[in-house]
Every structure is written in C-alpha cells, then in structure tokens.
Design a protein around this ligand. Structure first.
Ligand code: MLC
Ligand code: AMP
Length: 514
C-alpha cells in the first residue's frame, strides 16, 4: 500500500480551484497571479532547490521584503521537502549571524541591498548558496529559477518531518528555533478552516509580514487551503486596507492594526458590508478596541491565541451556536488541543483560578533546534508544553490570558525579550547595569522602557544609549525611552524589582493613572 504524502504543500496544492486561470493573488501594485502561476513558479523554484543537491532536511533561510515571490519561495521549499527558516527583515547583522550560525542553512536568500554583509556571514558559516530576491521581482533567485523546469513532483514527506524552523527569543540566553512539522502546520490549518467557517468565495486581505506564524501560517494556509483569493499588501496602510475591504470577506491582524484602522473616518459599516470575519491575535486585544470596533462596524472581532511553538491554540467561536465572542478572552481550546492551567508544582487548577497555561496537541512543535535540554525543560512529564503564559479558564470554558511568567514584552505583535536588550545595554562601556520593562502604549499595546545605571564618572545620556542600540538591533526592539538613574530598586534578595519600574513608568505613554 502506498503511503499518503504528508507534505503540507500537497494538501495546499490539492485545494487549488479547478480553474487554474482564476486569480489567486492580487497585489497592491496591480499584479495578478493565477493559481497556475503559483503552480508553475513554485515548481521552478523547487526545481532550483533540487538542482543544488542539498542534504535531506536542509534549511533555507530567508530574509527578504514581503512579496508574492517570497511566498512562492516558502511554498517551493515545502514542495521540495526542505525546511523553511523565515527571518524578520528588521534583524541586523549580529542577529542574523546568530541565526545562521545556529541553523547552518544550506541556502540563504536575502535582499540585494544586504547581499554584501549577509553573504559574508553565510559563507563563513558554511552556507553553500546565497541568492538575492527583491520586492520588485529582481535578483539572482528568480534569474536562476527561470532556467528550471515548471514541472515538479511534490517531495514525499512524513507527518513528523520538519517543515519550518521559527526562531523565538528566550527569556535567558539566545533565541531558540522552534521546529514545526508538516503535521503541526497542516493539522492546525485544517482545524481553523472548519472552525472559522472558511467557505467558497472567501477573499482574504493579507497585510501582515510573512516571517511569523500569523502572516505566514494562519493567514496564508487559511486562504490556500480554502482555494481563496488573497488581496496582498506589502505593508500595512490602514487607508488602503479599508479601500479594499468591500472586495474582501476575511481580515487578520494584530491589535495595533485594529487600533490604527479605528482612527480612519473611512472605516464605516458601508466599508465592511461584504466582510464575514475579522480575526485578531498575537497580542492582547483591549476590550476597548473590541467594543469600539463592534460599535463602528457592527462586526465582533474574533480573538484567538497562539504562539510560534504551537501555531493556534484557542479561538473565540465563529459559530454563534457555540457561544458568543467575548472581548478580553481568547475563547476555547481548538478541537484537538488539550489546554490546562496549572500551579507552580504542576497541579491542574480549578476553574477561574490563575496559573500557567500548558498545552498538548498535534499542533505542538517537535522541540527546539539542537536544544534537547531546553526542550525537556519546557515539557511536562506527561507531554504538555509550558507556554509561559498565565491565565484561567472560566466555568463556560473560555480562556483568558492575564499575564506571562516569561519576561516578555509584546509590542505591536512582535516579541521583545528584555533580557536580550539588557544584555546589549550592559555591554556598553558607560553602563553599570540596566533593566528593561514593558509599559502600556496606545498604538503598540506595550513598548519597552530602559532604565540604566551608568558607571561612576560617566555622563552618558539615555538618547545616546538608544542611538547605539539602533545600530545593533532590530528597530522594533529599541526601547522607546531610556532613563539614566542612580540605582535600580531591589528586593531583600538583591533582585531588581521590575514591577516597581513598571508602575513608575506605567503612564508614560498611556496617560493612565499609576
Ligand atoms: C515598528 N516600530 C515598532 C514596531 N513596528 N516599534 C515597536 N513595536 C513594533 N511592533 C517602530 C520602528 O522601529 C520605527 O521606529 C517606527 O515604529 C516606524 O517603523 P515602521 O516599520 O514604519 O512601522 P510600521 O510599518 O508602522 O509597523 C507597525 C506594524 C508592524 C504594527 C504594522 O509592527 C507589524 O507589522 N506588526 C505585526 C507583527 C506580527 O505579524 N506579529 C505576529 C507574530 S506571530 P523608528 O524609531 O526606527 O522610526 C505570533 C503568534 C500569534 O505572535 O499568536 O500570532
Ligand atoms: P510568538 O513567540 O511571537 O509566537 O508569540 C507568542 C505569544 O504571543 C504567546 O505566548 C502569548 O504571550 C502572545 N499572544 C498571542 N496571541 C495572544 C492573544 N490573543 N492575547 C494575548 N497574548 C497573545
């Protein structure tokens, strides 16, 4: 009996509509891509990868601006059976060097403007091939792929084979690569297709970056598995999104996108008349935003919760028969996901009591890349993954996230780990020590503030520290303010009391009372 090919691409390809000449992707620069274009271009790119004679399980690391061709490269990597490693375009050389050294990709694809420094890092790390891919469809990747055949048999994969590695920063030490399998991604996409009621005729407005779970997996797989057209935007512009909404039915965004769209007078009931579903996630959606959206548009945002290691875990119901969408909650565990709330000793907590969220299911990742110890630490003996999120489950089964045990700031949907930023600040010659805390922000939800103690005799200013950091780190990680102080508040054990700093700076941007 021949085994079924568990390659995620095979399932996505199977869902292409019969009419391959129909439009699959329409871009904001007026380019249309048919399903046949997707089929042919992913075959050519897959054939290019195959021609490189890469080892099994080879990683293809990609740091390029958002484009349909970048999406095709993702799909081609799956198709050829290799492992996709997307990298945030904001990452700078020290960050990229770490990822490349750690993941040892066989292929690196970068923007032409970064080829000099990226290729230097890659070749030093032993990468065999560095290609370029630019937003305007130029670069060596497409030049080489153009010479390849447009026929390709989808590589055979087992459910447990790796499809992607997503780096997530750590509370201590360096980033960890979450290893996601074909089964993790496909099972989650299939569950969401049913749970969110994807139907014929749906059209998705795609505005998120495609180097994280939200834009790359949740949004893209959702549309492709439904054979749905995507209206593809290179970057988020609230006015342009609102203009496109009448031609769409589904929108996905981080809370900041909803906050920004609400500032637009063009967001009216008329503009959303054809919309079926607005989905939010990646960061807490304020009840205030949830209610304002409901009032303005008549639509109730569906909030869901997930993470790089697990793809999607919970969702507010789509079907009103299953319950209403409740602002401030992330809904119910998705079908197939077991979710429990435990105390510090690992004992499950009664309903409504707050504890650590642990999860299990076919969507939960295989482990951290080359970090068996770290992987073991993050799983319980009975196989639950400790999310690091703190929450509760109410008597009706709705999950609410109330905080995080991990020291993490989520800013505009991007994760920023204070430990990483403090590490960079503490390395500066004028700095004795530092603490970075998250404070409320009206646009980004939360942003970092750095509090620094300088070395004796130094007159270093906060702005100078931020300027130095800017040259080293991704821009979204840069604290929005930096204060130089005499000393940091400590408890009797000598531990910095970040809660006091958070309180002190709480109203810096929000204007709310401390
Ligand atoms: C940009 N800036 C940010 C920022 N984004 N600062 C803090 N947090 C952010 N998220 C800063 C830049 O550093 C820059 O500062 C200034 O804002 C303008 O930069 P920009 O690039 O022009 O910003 P903009 O295009 O407006 O981007 C904002 C945004 C973007 C909200 C559109 O951040 C975004 O796309 N966020 C989505 C992230 C996402 O997809 N998350 C999903 C993760 S998956 P300066 O000083 O340099 O001018 C996940 C799992 C799950 O979490 O459950 O989904
Ligand atoms: P990432 O590592 O980038 O995948 O981020 C995952 C983290 O984002 C989770 O562990 C949560 O802390 C947070 N997150 C995702 N969705 C939500 C949500 N709807 N509400 C609150 N936090 C969320």
């Amino acid at each position: 009996m021949s085994e079924i090919n568990a390659n995620l691409f095979a399932a996505l390809r199977h869902a292409f509509p019969t009419d391959l000449d129909a439009i699959a992707i329409e871009t904001d620069s007026q380019l249309n891509y048919s399903w046949r274009d997707l089929e042919r271009a992913t075959a050519m790119l897959a054939n290019l990868l195959v021609s490189l004679d890469l080892p099994a399980g080879a990683r293809i690391a990609v740091q390029v601006e958002k484009s349909v061709e970048a999406l095709m490269l993702y799909l081609a990597t799956l198709r050829a059976g290799y492992v996709f490693l997307p990298l945030n375009t904001a990452y700078q050389s020290a960050e990229i060097e770490y990822f490349i050294d750690n993941a040892e990709p066989s292929v690196v694809v970068c923007s032409g403007k970064n080829f000099g420094w990226v290729s230097q890092i890659a070749f030093k790390a032993g990468t065999g091939h560095v290609f370029t891919l630019n937003e305007d469809r130029t670069g060596t990747l497409l030049q080489r792929a153009a010479l390849c055949s447009d026929k390709h048999d989808v590589a055979s994969k087992k459910a447990d084979d790796l499809a992607a590695i997503l780096y997530t920063s750590g509370t201590t030490g360096r980033s960890k690569g979450a290893m996601l399998t074909h089964e993790n991604l496909l099972s989650n996409a299939q569950v969401l297709k049913t749970y969110w009621g994807w139907r014929p005729g749906d059209v998705l407005v795609h505005v998120l970056p495609i180097f994280h779970v939200h834009g790359l997996f949740v949004a893209v797989h959702g549309a492709l598995l439904n054979g749905s057209k995507m209206i593809w935007m290179g970057r988020f512009d609230p006015k342009k999104v609102i203009e496109k909404l009448p031609q769409a039915t589904v929108f996905m965004g981080v809370p900041t996108l909803y906050v920004r769209m609400l500032t637009e007078p063009g967001l009216t009931r008329e503009a959303v008349r054809n919309m079926r579903l607005f989905i939010a996630g990646s960061a807490p959606l304020l009840v205030e935003t949830f209610s304002a959206w409901q009032e303005r548009t008549g639509h109730t945002i569906l909030e869901r919760y997930g993470m790089s290691e697990t793809v999607m875990l919970t969702s507010n119901p789509y079907d009103p028969n299953q319950g209403e969408r409740r602002g401030g909650t992330v809904g119910f565990p998705l079908p197939g996901v077991s979710l429990r709330v435990c105390d510090d000793s690992g004992q499950p907590m009664p309903r409504n009591e707050i504890g650590g969220i642990q999860v299990k299911g076919p969507n939960v990742f295989k482990g951290y890349w080359r970090m068996p110890e770290k992987t073991r630490e993050e799983f319980t003996d009975d196989g639950y993954f400790k999310t690091g999120d703190v929450g509760k489950i109410d008597e009706r089964g709705y999950v609410t996230i109330v905080g995080r045990s991990k020291d993490l700031i989520i800013s505009g949907g991007y994760n920023v780990y204070p430990a990483e930023i403090e590490g960079y600040i503490n390395e500066l010659p004028d700095v004795a020590e530092s603490a970075v805390v998250g404070v409320p922000h009206p646009d980004f939800g939360e942003v970092g503030v750095a509090v620094v103690v300088s070395k004796a005799g130094s007159a270093v200013q906060g702005d100078q520290i931020l300027a130095t950091l800017k040259a080293k780190l991704a821009n979204f990680k840069i604290p929005k303010k930096c204060y130089v102080v005499e000393d940091l508040p400590r408890n009797t054990m000598g531990k910095v009391q970040k809660n006091l700093l958070r309180q002190q700076y709480q109203s810096l941007f929000s204007g709310s009372a401390a």
